[in-house]
Design a protein around this ligand. Structure first.
Ligand code: HEM
Length: 375
């Protein structure tokens, strides 16, 4: 299965299906968000401090696990936890000097890496088997069988992959779920955290967005799929946050052949870095206030914004390599931020130290502690 095959992505029915599924994820996102708010509200004080950067991570992982793996959520959580451990282990490997073939020596560290890898494979295989069994017996534990896992199993079956040759299909599924987890979890929670920091730092915008949310949301306080489109101010704020603090601040590309970029000849095989964050702060495109928080630049019809958007506003990349999670992120961010603003007034904590650092994702080095005041 080539869900993420870059060249084919535009034509890939699976990627398209994922976007369609996105429309039905709103109730799941709302439920996870409500659970988080309920956890916070047990703190029996009118004003309390929360490091949103730390607090939002598990909730984002929950949302991805529930939406991508639906009824197999419990197994997905375990797989994601193991994948998170695997990412940390990979980070350790990357930071060590490279010694050829050292990965194959059964040191304690390597044996641990292999155990983690094996557990992921076993759990994934068990999950797929359980799901295919349920399908055969028509026993869906949950109506949400048209989730990402369901689509991947469909793709495997369409290709005629039998149980005995399933290893190949399974490797694909493991790869895809790893990408989703890695690509989706931290980026989303980081984007929401920076946006909350900006709203806390700009109380006038916070009030305006809160008012918009009050008008657009249902009685329970969540946007419906219709009202999400009406959150124009919040969309502008999110865009401005993604411009100032793009969670993926650089992208890497390798030239497949000799290519001329302007006056420079780039030989085949050259790795190029696209400094997205530099484009987003370039005064030539955004004006002298490029480093300031001015969501108005994304107001519909603003000529400067529409010019800039198409060429140098690239938080989700563009063209064939665009981020297929974009609609998912924007929905989730709107739901989480709306719920928070309806329940709390947020204020920058005196503990906050502004220090964005690049650790694959543009992260706040010391977290984002905010004061939450119940409304
Ligand atoms: C604010 C949150 C996010 C941002 C800023 C973001 C940004 C990006 C960018 C810039 C790329 C292109 C990377 C490249 O070409 O080098 C990308 C790729 C991708 N994104 Fe996202 N993303 C976000 C959230 C998500 C979510 C929630 C999902 C899935 C649920 C997701 C799934 C993917 C996938 C599958 C790819 C392709 C990865 C690959 O081809 O290797 N992203 N994203």
């Amino acid at each position: 299965m080539r869900l993420l095959c870059r060249a084919e992505r535009h034509f890939d029915a699976l990627a398209y299906s994922f976007l369609v599924i996105g429309q039905s994820m709103i109730p799941i996102m709302s439920r996870c968000t409500m659970e988080m708010i309920e956890r916070w509200s047990t703190k029996d004080v009118k004003k309390h401090e929360i490091d949103v950067f730390t607090e939002l991570k598990p909730s984002s992982a929950d949302i991805i696990a529930r939406t991508a793996f639906g009824s197999s959520y419990a197994e997905a959580k375990q797989i994601f936890e193991l994948q998170q451990e695997q990412l940390l282990l990979e980070g350790k490997i990357q930071s060590r000097p490279f010694i050829p073939a050292v990965r194959f020596i059964p040191t304690a560290f390597n044996r641990h890496c292999w155990r983690v890898e094996k557990s992921i494979e076993e759990l994934t295989l068990r999950t797929i088997e359980r799901r295919t069994q349920c399908r055969k017996l028509d026993q869906h534990e949950d109506a949400q069988d048209d989730d990402l896992l369901g689509l991947m199993i469909d793709a495997m079956e369409d290709r005629g992959v039998e149980r005995r040759t399933m290893t190949m299909g399974m490797a694909d599924i493991i790869g895809e779920s790893k990408t989703f987890f890695a690509a989706g979890q931290e980026t989303t929670s980081t984007c929401i955290s920076w946006t909350l920091m900006l709203l806390a730092a700009h109380p006038e915008w916070q009030e305006r967005v809160r008012e918009e949310v009050r008008t657009a949301c249902d009685a329970v306080g969540f946007p419906t799929s219709d009202s999400l489109h009406r959150l124009k101010l919040l969309s502008m704020v999110l865009n401005e946050s993604l411009r100032l603090y793009p969670p993926l601040p650089i992208m890497l590309r390798m030239s497949k052949k000799d290519v001329r970029v302007g006056k420079t000849l780039v030989p085949k095989g050259t790795v190029m870095m696209l400094p997205i964050i530099a484009f987003h702060h370039d005064q030539r495109y955004w004006g002298p206030d490029a480093n300031e928080f001015r969501p108005d630049r994304f107001r519909d019809g603003s000529s400067k914004a529409s010019q800039s958007k198409s060429s140098v506003f690239l938080p989700f990349s563009s063209g064939l390599q665009f981020c297929i999670g974009q609609p998912f992120v924007l929905q989730q961010a709107k739901i989480v931020i709306s719920a928070i603003l309806l329940h709390y007034r947020i204020i920058i904590s005196p503990q906050y130290r502004h220090s964005p650092i690049f650790a694959f994702i543009l992260q706040p080095e010391f977290g984002i502690p905010l004061l939450f005041e119940s409304i």
